[in-house]
Design a protein. Structure first.
Length: 201
C-alpha cells in the first residue's frame, strides 16, 4: 500500500551549500522564510547513514510545495548532491505539478555555463550578500498576505546571527549544519518574528 503524502503548504525545502562561508546566508534564509510565514526544511533532518536515506530525502522534498536551490558553489571539491536534489525537484514539478522550485546564484549568467539544462529558468542573483539573499527570498516566495519589510527581516537576521557562537558552543559543533542547531535557529527565528508582529499565535 502506498504511503499517504503529507504536505505542509508552508514548507520550503532548502538545498544550499553547507560550508562555513555560507553560514551567514543560511541564517539569512531562515530569517526571511520564517518572516514570510514559511517553514524551512533541509536534509539536516534526514539521518546521514542508512540505505533508506535517499527515500527519506525524496519524501521530504515531496512534502514541501516549494524548494529553493542555491547553486552558487561551482569550485572544488565538486559535490553533486545539490544538483541531484535540484533534479528531484524538477522531476516532481513536471510529474505531479504540485511542486515549484526556485533557483539562486551569486553571479549573473554563470548558470548558463554550469548547468545549461536549466536555461530558460532565471535564477535569483544574490551576489553572496545578506541583503541580496533576503531580497531574493522575499521576491520569489511572496505570500498572499504580502511581504514583510526587508529592514524587519534584516533586524531578525541580525539578532539571530548573534546566537550562532552560543549555539555552536552549547552543541560542541564547529558549524551550524546539524539538526539540533538548525531546529534552534528556526525556533529562534519564530520567536523574533513574533516579536516583530509577523506571526500571531
Amino acid at each position: 500500500m502506498r504511503s499517504r503524502r503529507v504536505v505542509n503548504r508552508r514548507s520550503v525545502f532548502l538545498n544550499v551549500p553547507f560550508d562555513n562561508s555560507y553560514e551567514s546566508l543560511f541564517v539569512s534564509l531562515i530569517s526571511a522564510l520564517v518572516a514570510l510565514g514559511r517553514v524551512p526544511r533541509t536534509v539536516l533532518e534526514v539521518p546521514e547513514q542508512g540505505a533508506g536515506s535517499l527515500m527519506r530525502i525524496l519524501r521530504l522534498i515531496r512534502s514541501c510545495p516549494i524548494s529553493l536551490h542555491d547553486l552558487c558553489r561551482v569550485g572544488l571539491p565538486v559535490r553533486f548532491n545539490m544538483h541531484f536534489e535540484l533534479g528531484i525537484a524538477v522531476a516532481l514539478s513536471r510529474i505531479d505539478r504540485r511542486h515549484r522550485f526556485v533557483m539562486l546564484e551569486s553571479e549573473r549568467h554563470r548558470l548558463q555555463t554550469t548547468l545549461s539544462d536549466v536555461n530558460g529558468f532565471d535564477p535569483g542573483i544574490h551576489n553572496s550578500t545578506v541583503k541580496g539573499i533576503i531580497s531574493c527570498a522575499l521576491a520569489h516566495l511572496a505570500t498572499s498576505r504580502g511581504n514583510p519589510d526587508a529592514r524587519t527581516v534584516l533586524r531578525i537576521r541580525r539578532k539571530l546571527w548573534k546566537t550562532v557562537p552560543l549555539l555552536k558552543r552549547n552543541h560542541g559543533r564547529a558549524t551550524i549544519y546539524s539538526r539540533p542547531i538548525f531546529n534552534e535557529l528556526v525556533k529562534g527565528a519564530n520567536l523574533l518574528a513574533k516579536g516583530e508582529g509577523l506571526i500571531v499565535a
